[in-house]
Design a protein around this ligand. Sequence first.
Ligand code: SF4
Length: 85
Amino acid sequence: VTERGLTRGTCNTIDDWRDLAACRGKPTAWWFPDRGDTFELVLARRVCAGCPVRSECLAFALGEPDIEGVWCGMTAQQRRRMRPV
Ligand code: SF4
Protein backbone atom coordinates (compact mmCIF):
# COMPACT_ATOMS: atom_id res chain seq x y z
CA VAL A 1 0.00 0.00 0.00
CA THR A 2 1.38 3.39 -0.87
CA GLU A 3 1.14 6.41 1.37
CA ARG A 4 -1.72 7.50 -0.85
CA GLY A 5 -3.65 4.29 -0.40
CA LEU A 6 -4.38 4.09 -4.09
CA THR A 7 -2.62 0.90 -4.97
CA ARG A 8 -3.16 -2.68 -3.95
CA GLY A 9 -1.29 -3.76 -0.87
CA THR A 10 -0.47 -7.11 0.60
CA CYS A 11 -3.24 -9.56 1.29
CA ASN A 12 -4.42 -8.82 4.80
CA THR A 13 -7.50 -7.41 6.46
CA ILE A 14 -6.54 -3.75 6.40
CA ASP A 15 -6.05 -3.87 2.66
CA ASP A 16 -9.35 -5.54 1.80
CA TRP A 17 -11.34 -2.32 1.73
CA ARG A 18 -8.80 -0.75 -0.59
CA ASP A 19 -9.71 -3.25 -3.26
CA LEU A 20 -13.14 -1.61 -3.42
CA ALA A 21 -11.87 1.97 -3.29
CA ALA A 22 -13.44 4.17 -5.93
CA CYS A 23 -10.17 6.08 -6.26
CA ARG A 24 -8.33 3.07 -7.62
CA GLY A 25 -7.10 3.83 -11.10
CA LYS A 26 -7.97 7.52 -10.89
CA PRO A 27 -5.29 10.25 -11.09
CA THR A 28 -3.55 10.43 -7.72
CA ALA A 29 -3.12 14.17 -8.13
CA TRP A 30 -6.84 14.59 -7.46
CA TRP A 31 -6.27 13.39 -3.88
CA PHE A 32 -3.14 15.44 -3.46
CA PRO A 33 -4.07 18.79 -4.96
CA ASP A 34 -1.66 21.67 -4.84
CA ARG A 35 -2.54 24.33 -2.31
CA GLY A 36 -5.42 26.36 -3.67
CA ASP A 37 -6.23 23.89 -6.44
CA THR A 38 -9.90 23.52 -5.70
CA PHE A 39 -10.70 21.90 -9.06
CA GLU A 40 -8.80 18.72 -8.26
CA LEU A 41 -10.17 18.72 -4.74
CA VAL A 42 -13.70 18.83 -6.15
CA LEU A 43 -12.92 15.92 -8.46
CA ALA A 44 -11.60 13.85 -5.56
CA ARG A 45 -14.61 14.65 -3.40
CA ARG A 46 -16.99 13.63 -6.17
CA VAL A 47 -15.34 10.23 -6.41
CA CYS A 48 -15.22 9.86 -2.62
CA ALA A 49 -18.92 10.72 -2.35
CA GLY A 50 -19.79 7.57 -4.28
CA CYS A 51 -17.17 5.31 -2.76
CA PRO A 52 -18.45 2.16 -1.03
CA VAL A 53 -15.65 2.11 1.54
CA ARG A 54 -15.86 5.66 2.86
CA SER A 55 -16.16 4.67 6.51
CA GLU A 56 -13.20 2.29 6.34
CA CYS A 57 -11.16 4.93 4.56
CA LEU A 58 -11.98 7.60 7.13
CA ALA A 59 -11.28 5.29 10.06
CA PHE A 60 -7.90 4.46 8.60
CA ALA A 61 -7.02 8.09 7.89
CA LEU A 62 -8.05 9.22 11.37
CA GLY A 63 -5.72 6.61 12.79
CA GLU A 64 -2.81 8.03 10.82
CA PRO A 65 -2.33 11.59 12.07
CA ASP A 66 0.56 12.35 9.75
CA ILE A 67 -1.03 11.12 6.56
CA GLU A 68 -1.48 13.76 3.89
CA GLY A 69 -3.95 14.15 1.07
CA VAL A 70 -7.69 13.78 0.75
CA TRP A 71 -9.20 10.72 2.38
CA CYS A 72 -12.94 10.16 2.44
CA GLY A 73 -13.32 13.53 0.80
CA MET A 74 -11.62 15.29 3.70
CA THR A 75 -8.39 17.21 3.74
CA ALA A 76 -5.73 16.65 6.40
CA GLN A 77 -6.83 19.86 8.09
CA GLN A 78 -10.45 18.74 8.25
CA ARG A 79 -9.42 15.38 9.68
CA ARG A 80 -7.30 17.06 12.34
CA ARG A 81 -10.41 18.90 13.53
CA MET A 82 -12.22 15.57 13.96
CA ARG A 83 -9.63 14.05 16.26
CA PRO A 84 -10.12 14.22 20.00
CA VAL A 85 -7.77 16.67 21.72
S1 SF4 B 1 -13.41 7.47 0.25
FE1 SF4 B 1 -12.22 8.49 -1.35
S2 SF4 B 1 -10.05 8.36 -0.73
FE2 SF4 B 1 -11.23 6.89 0.48
S3 SF4 B 1 -11.05 4.95 -0.61
FE3 SF4 B 1 -12.94 5.94 -1.30
S4 SF4 B 1 -12.43 7.13 -3.11
FE4 SF4 B 1 -10.50 6.60 -2.07
